[in-house]
Structure formats: structure tokens, C-alpha cells
Write a protein that binds this ligand. Sequence first.
Ligand SMILES: [Zn+2]
Length: 373
Amino acid sequence: MVSGRPGNSELNSWFKTLMVSTTGDRGQAENGGSMPTLSGWKDLPMELLMRIISIVGDGRMVVVASGVCTGWRDALGWGVTNLSLSWCQQNMNDLMISLAPKFTKLQVLTLRQNKPQLEDTAVEVVANYCHDLRELDLSRSFRLSDRSLYALAHGCPRLTKLNISGCSNFSDTALIYLTCRCKKLKCLNLCGCGKAATDRALQAIAENCVQLQSLNLGWCEDVTDKGVTSLASGCPDLRALDLCGCILITDESVVALASGCPHLRSLGLYFCQSITDRAMYSLANSRVNSKHARLDKVKKKEDGGLANLNISQCTALTPPAVQAVCDSFPGLHTCPERHSLIISGCLSLTSVHCACALHPHRAGRALMPSHAY
Ligand SMILES: [Zn+2]
């Protein structure tokens, strides 16, 4: 990417040439006119336009460039596959409604908002025109209703990644409908979608989205062991699950995940205060060839298994159980450098330490590769 990148001065010269040529002084760059002659903005080769956009363009530049002329608009409509309107502080809704029919090749669309702007009308237009969409970020779209999910279910069956965190109006009925049609979902963020992320919805996800790898259920307070155990049996490829603030879940959920999801790398249990040592021992014992892994823990630190575990505020846990998890998974660390076993708020667990505490020289060496390249 960096190797073929033109320098800033080169690009500036191009733009100066173009600016001059549109004002009538054709082809004369201010620095002496040594650049190739272009008769105007419209003559910019489409390949060059796409290259400039791909190198220096953000969503804002794509929108501005698409308004220059119909030629540019058509070229961008065919060429742009990735667009973000998150920079848009107002009128995101109208902008998306006008852009979607022109940008029908979009595969990645980011509509994350600081203040809610997006409404169902815009999502419906996106679903009507952008059938190739794979990744969609609608986080913090507080105004959206079930209409948006139904539209996406019909228009965007290729979705693999969907972020609707904070969209608190969605119902579980609409989410279930979406999972029935978007069966390729691998990454789903439902953080704060308390009405949508119910046990019923999790059962539908487990049934329909067998490729799921990442699921965020943060603060979905109605989720119980019933929903999580369904996921554990239906989504064997699950690598990351965030259950932070799911206050109803118990050891049963963790036991099911430990046996059903061998690829689990990240588990968030923040504030799941019903979790006890039994859950920790089930995780520790789930490690295949754990004896071998313990013998070789620093060398094989990235060799599968849990690499992130948040058990902050899980106040019922005792040091031996948490130490057992830490010993089983060399990717878990309490040391400040890596801090992947998060136990803040658990005052009784201050005696739990990763291997680095015993072998600081080895820890330093183990850290080398990530910094060396
Ligand atoms: Zn460590």
C-alpha cells in the first residue's frame, strides 16, 4: 500500500494542474507546468480518480467527488465498495437516501453516529439498492425501529458483520426474522439491545447462524443460561463472546461454552456476579493437552485457547480457581504489559498472577516478537 503511494507534492501538483485547467489556463501547473496536461477535472482517467480516492479519500471526499459530474458519480458508484458517513454531524439520513441508489456496489458501510440521525427510511433505501452489503455498522442509531431489520433481512442476505449496538428499539421478533435470512453472519454486536437479545433470539441465532464467530451481548439483561447454552451448542466456531452485565447467567453458561466452543479466545463476564469457581474450573479443564501447554506456556503463548477473559466484579471467585484458568491458558496475563485477564474489582484475587511474575526475564523475551516487527 505504502510502496506505490505518490508523494504529497506529486498529488498537490496534480491537483494544481487540474485547478488551473478548469479556470482556463489549460495544463499549466504553478510549479512550471511539468506535469502531464489534462484538459479539466472531467478528463481525469477513472483509474486515477479511483486511485486518488482509495489513497487519500475518506467518506467525505467520496461524497464531494461524486457531485463533480455524472461521469465521476457513475465511476464512483461502480468502484466504491467501502463508505463511511460517520463524519456526518447532520443530515446523514438525507445523504444516505441520495447516495444509496448510486453506490450499489457497497460492501462495507459505516453509519455510526454520535447523536442519532438515521431513520428507517435511509436503512430501507440501503437495503433496496445495496444487495452486496457484507458489513454494516448502525451503532447508536436510537431512532431505528423493526422496519430497518426487516428491510435488511430482505435486501442484504450477504451480511457477515452487523453492528446494531445501542439500537434499543429493535424487538426479538425482528432480530429472529433477520437471522432466518442473513445466515452468513459471523460477527454480531447487540450490546445494549435488551429488547432484541432475548433467549428466544439467541436460540434462533444458534439455529441459523452456525458460522458465528463473534457476539456481543453486553448489558442484555434478559439473557439467561437457556440462551447461552443454545449458542454453545449451535455456534461451535464462536471465538469471542461478551456477556458483560448479563446478570442472570450462571456457571451453567460457562460450562456449556467451555465444552461446546473449543475456539473461544475472548470471554467477557464483567459483573456476572452469579459466576463461581465451578465456571473457572470448567474453563481450566477445557484446555486440550493442558498438561503439555503448561510445560511450554511462554513459548506457546499464542497457541489457541483463551487470550482474553474479563471477570471484573465477579466477586464470588476465589484465587485458586482463577489461578487454575490462568495456568491453563498461557495467553492470559495479569501483568500490566498485556493485561488480558482482567480482575479489577475483585479484591480477593490480588494473589493471582501470570507466569511473567515468576519469570520476568522470560516475559521480556516473549514480548520481543510483537515489538520487533
Ligand atoms: Zn504476563
